[in-house]
Structures are given as structure tokens and as C-alpha cells.
Design a protein around this ligand. Structure first.
Ligand code: OSB
Ligand code: MG
Length: 368
């Protein structure tokens, strides 16, 4: 295999509803899409880097720079046997997982299309239907939050995750538990707390959450291990796990009991599968996180979620929850049972709508 050409595009789309987390409020998304031409076949990937370095250090700008100035020079004229080798080819570049993940996943899509296979089968997936949960941003009032939960639950979603931050934590969780005693509920703090806040976090245990996601520092495994010893509720790590080595350390230190795997955060399918396999061998369940992706990234998340140890509902939901019109055909839909039926089509199984993508493109660069 050889990459003949890479097309970078930045597209902009407004979110159907603004999304607020402990690190900020998002109303529009800027997304970097990567189109790769590999041996006459086209693959697509999406970088999950944000506009600013507030969830992780990378941004759309840094991902573009790394793809153009460092990744392309490595891949240009380079022959390889399969997409599974790309991660190692990129090893000289330290970090920048979101830039790597965008192109690595696009090359996997191209390989699957070349073989006439669905990508999930090429990856070794075993699930034809994946369980879905929703992630709900911080709301202005508990009533507004409860109304949103009511709607999402009625749509079939199997678990509800709410974003929390200091001052917007115990009350919303307590309110939801009073109104919805039986739903599968969890909270994501996106690193909004300090270890000293542990007695406060302990109060959340009265509401039997499935897990608390990333309560402490974005790169602080050690404090999470201390916190996990004080809590009965499982900690799930998101931001902290950017490599397989971090996953190993987190599990061995007891810093979490569940891991959220995001393709972009770890750098693509090769590291995502390594982390998945490691967790499976240690009986640590995983689920697939989301980053408010367009349909391209969403389709990749679905493929990843077919692996056996993705046993908990992920943050992968219908296109219409985010976009008035998505960039893929068909759009991602969720069944009334809160599942996504995995597409049997080749590659990612959803066709990029290139005409629509072109219309949304704010910037484009072809590397060949
Ligand atoms: O922490 O999981 C997170 C969105 C942007 C950045 C970080 C996170 C999120 C989400 C949204 O929770 C998940 C989604 O619906 O795509
Ligand atoms: Mg998270």
C-alpha cells in the first residue's frame, strides 16, 4: 500500500444545541477531515482536536501542522503492507495523537474498502449492534436538565451521562435520582476537581452512579489512584489515558476501574486495540467516548465499538442530536432500543457527502 495523496479540509458546522462542559461551552465545531488516496481507493478520517487546547493539548491548527509538515513527509512514497503498520511508521513523532488518529483511521477505511470488507470486520469486531448512551452538557437549571434526560430516555438511550463541575454537581445528580431512580446514570467532570475535594465527591455515592469520569487532573494518574481508594463508585478515566503505557499504569495503580477509549485521543486503531486488549485481559470494561464528531468520526466510533470488550454503552448517538444535516449518507440513526445497527457496507459503511463537505469547507490543502 502507498498513500498517493492527502486532502486536508477544515469544515465548520453549528451544533443543534450548545454543549457545556467544565472546561467551556461549544456552539460551533471546527473539524479537520482527512481524505487519503491509497492505491486508487479513498479513505476518510476525522481529527477530534478542538478549536482550543482545553480538553487536550492539541488543536485544529496543531493537527494541521503536524499532518502537513511531519506526517506527510514520513508517508510520502512509503510502501507498507497494511494500515496496522502506520502507527509504527509515525512513532518518531511524539504525541500529537489526534493528528495521527485522523490519518491512521482514514488508511484503515481505505484498506477495508480495498478488500471489500466492512472496517469493523477488518478490525476483528464481534458486535452487529452497539449499545448507546448520551452525554448531556451542563444546563442552566435542574428542571431543564431533567427535561433533557426525559427526552433522551424516551428516545431509547440506555444510559445517561451528565457533565458536572463544582457548584453544579450534587444538586443536579440528586434531582435526577429523585425523578429517575432506575436509569443508568453517570457523571463526567472533565478534570474539574482536586484530590482535596474527595469528601465532596464522596457525597455523590449516595446516588449510585455507574461511574465518575475523569474527576481530577487531565494527566494525574497518581491522584486518581488515591481517590479510587476512597470511593466505592468506579472511576472511569478519559483525558488521562493517551497511551497504552498510561492504560497499563492506570490499571496497575488502581487509578480507575473503567476506561473510556477515544480513537483520536490515543492516536488511532492500533493503540486503541492495544488498550482494548489490555483492559480485556485485566477485566477492565471499556466504552467508546465521543468528541461531538461529524458523521465521519461517528462512523469510525461505531466500527471501534464492535470490539468485544466495549461492553458498556458509549457516547455514540444519532447524527440529528448534533447536526441539522450530517456529512454522511445515510446519517447515523439509533433504534428505539437505544442501539446502532452496524452497517454491513465496505469501509466505514457510510458514504461521505463530498458535495456537502465542500460547501462547509473553510480551508483545504492537498498534499501530493
Ligand atoms: O469528556 O467525553 C468528554 C465532548 C467534547 C469533549 C470531551 C467530551 C465530550 C463529550 C461529548 O462528553 C460526547 C459526544 O456526545 O460526542
Ligand atoms: Mg469525558
Amino acid at each position: 500500500m502507498k498513500v498517493q495523496r492527502i486532502t486536508l479540509r477544515e469544515i465548520r458546522m453549528p451544533l443543534v444545541t450548545p454543549f457545556e462542559t467544565s472546561f467551556g461551552r461549544m456552539t460551533d465545531r471546527r473539524m479537520l477531515l482527512v481524505e487519503v488516496d491509497v492505491d486508487e481507493v479513498t479513505g476518510w478520517g476525522e481529527s477530534v482536536a478542538g478549536e482550543g487546547p482545553f480538553y487536550a493539548p492539541e488543536t485544529v491548527e496543531t493537527a494541521w501542522h503536524i499532518l502537513r509538515d511531519f506526517i506527510w513527509p514520513i508517508l510520502k512514497d512509503r510502501k507498507f503492507n497494511s494500515a496496522s503498520e502506520v502507527w509504527n511508521l509515525l512513532a518518531p513523532i511524539r504525541g500529537h495523537n489526534m493528528a495521527k488518529g485522523a490519518i491512521e483511521s482514514a488508511i484503515w477505511d481505505a484498506e477495508a474498502k480495498q478488500k471489500g470488507f466492512p472496517l469493523w470486520k477488518l478490525l476483528g469486531g464481534v458486535r452487529k449492534e452497539i449499545p448507546c448512551g448520551v452525554s448531556i452538557g451542563i444546563k442552566g437549571s435542574v428542571e431543564e436538565l431533567a427535561a433533557t434526560v426525559e427526552r433522551e430516555f424516551a428516545a431509547g438511550y440506555q444510559r445517561i451521562k451528565i457533565k458536572i463541575k463544582p457548584g453544579k454537581d450534587i444538586k443536579p445528580v440528586e434531582h435526577l435520582r429523585q425523578h429517575f431512580p432506575n436509569i443508568r446514570l453517570m457523571a463526567d467532570a472533565n478534570s474539574a476537581y482536586q484530590l482535596e475535594d474527595w469528601p465532596h465527591l464522596k457525597r455523590l455515592e449516595a446516588y449510585y452512579l455507574m461511574m465518575i469520569e475523569q474527576p481530577l487532573g487531565w494527566d494525574d494518574l497518581y491522584s486518581h489512584a488515591e481517590l479510587q481508594r476512597k470511593l466505592d463508585t468506579p472511576i472511569c478515566l478519559d483525558e488521562c489515558i493517551h497511551t497504552d503505557e498510561h492504560a497499563r499504569a492506570a490499571i496497575e495503580l488502581g487509578a480507575c476501574r473503567i476506561i473510556n477509549i477515544k480513537l483520536g485521543r490515543v492516536g488511532g486503531y492500533t493503540p486503541a486495540r492495544q488498550i482494548h486488549d489490555r483492559c480485556q485481559s485485566k477485566q477492565v470494561p471499556v466504552w467508546c467516548g465521543g468528541m461531538l464528531e461529524s458523521g465521519i468520526g461517528r462512523a469510525h466510533n461505531i466500527a471501534l465499538s464492535t470490539l468485544a470488550n466495549f461492553s458498556l454503552p458509549g457516547d455514540i448517538t444519532a447524527s440529528r442530536r448534533y447536526w441539522t444535516e450530517d456529512v454522511i449518507d445515510p446519517e447515523v440513526e439509533v433504534t428505539p432500543q437505544g442501539t446502532i445497527l452496524v452497517s454491513p457496507g465496505p469501509g466505514i459503511g457510510y458514504a461521505p457527502r463530498v458535495d456537502r463537505i465542500e460547501k462547509l469547507t473553510a480551508r483545504k490543502e492537498i498534499l501530493s
